[in-house]
Ligand binder design. Structure first.
Ligand code: C2E
Ligand code: CA
Ligand code: CA
Ligand code: CA
Length: 278
């Protein structure tokens, strides 16, 4: 390779996405994707383990790429985070999710909606006002929106993020700690924060039937969350046996392929829920 300037935009076929030049191409395409409505949201239900009913749905973004087809977030979120596009992306996701929620509400469903937000969003001054403004625009009660934040976003040095959590909660918007158990949150950081929901990471849930260490962790997280006044949701539930074990252990809600893969909202709940524990 010869020397390249940072403004050269060249696609090298076969080179992987980590290549800086390839990233520039993806970033340019993403800017267009946001303005041309190439992004789509799929929704995955959160099921109450006692009643078996859908209580909420989580919005998961996909990119309907004109050449490459429907791309999962792992294919483009890293480029989004690196390029300052996370702000317009989150804004797009929130608008779309609240608009979709207004439609399912009009058809008689009371599901709350969960939206994933990044640490960068929380650190940005004015984020709370922005979200409150969107809720007002859509006529949505704040408690019907939950923002899912990964543990690392709440790490000790992210004081702005912690303040945002406090401000959002004060407005009635729920905060969920995603992928719990995989990050670096200490108990003392959680203590000071009003958390509506803790989500137990799929890596602990998937082998809970045969791995005593995972059982111990899941039980401890349930006790911790309940002790802090939070609900607990298990992610990655793929079998009725795991759902049954979680219900026995006192877990509140579950999500996973057992109930449904993420689907367009009109397809949520058109199947019968078979995995709910009695
Ligand atoms: P996450 O928030 O932990 O979402 C759960 C992921 O696990 C989703 O992958 C979902 O499709 C998948 N999943 C759900 N149930 C099961 C199961 O039973 N088994 C298995 N093996 N997987 C299951 P997805 O949609 O590819 O999303 C990946 C990650 O991308 C999400 O992880 C989230 O961190 C991020 N993400 C998705 N949408 C957004 C968004 O709108 N904004 C931001 N900032 N991040 C997003
Ligand atoms: Ca999530
Ligand atoms: Ca998660
Ligand atoms: Ca995850």
């Amino acid at each position: 390779h010869g020397k390249r300037g940072s403004s050269d935009i060249v696609v090298y076929a076969g080179e992987n996405m980590a290549h800086p030049t390839q990233w520039l191409v993806v970033q340019a395409e993403l800017r267009h994707a946001l303005t041309r409505d190439e992004l789509v949201l799929h929704y995955q239900p959160k099921v109450d383990l006692r009643s078996g009913e859908i209580v909420a749905v989580e919005a998961l973004v996909r990119w309907q790429h004109p050449q490459r087809g429907l791309l999962p977030p792992s294919e483009f979120l890293p480029a989004v985070e690196q390029s300052g596009l996370i702000e317009p992306l989150t804004a797009w996701v929130l608008r779309r999710a609240l608009a979709d929620q207004a439609m399912w509400t009009a058809t008689g469903r009371s599901w709350a909606v969960s939206v994933n937000v990044s640490a960068r969003n929380l650190e940005k001054p004015g984020f709370t006002d922005f979200v409150s403004g969107l809720l007002a625009e859509h006529g949505t009660a704040p408690h019907r929106l939950l923002l899912e934040v990964t543990e690392t976003a709440l790490a000790a040095d992210a004081r702005c993020a912690a303040q945002a959590v406090i401000d959002l909660t004060a407005r009635g918007i729920g905060i969920s700690v995603d992928d719990f158990g995989t990050g670096y949150t200490s108990m003392s950081q959680l203590r000071g924060l009003p958390i509506a929901e803790v989500k137990i990471d799929r890596t602990f849930v998937r082998d809970v039937l045969d791995a005593p260490p995972s059982q111990a962790i899941v039980r401890a997280v349930i006790a911790l969350a309940h002790g802090l006044g939070s609900r607990v949701t298990a992610e990655g539930v793929e079998s009725p046996e795991v759902a049954g074990w979680l219900a026995q252990a006192g877990c509140d809600e579950a999500q996973g392929y057992l109930y449904s893969r993420p689907v367009p909202w009109r397809e949520v709940g058109t199947y019968e829920i078979t995995g709910a524990a009695q």
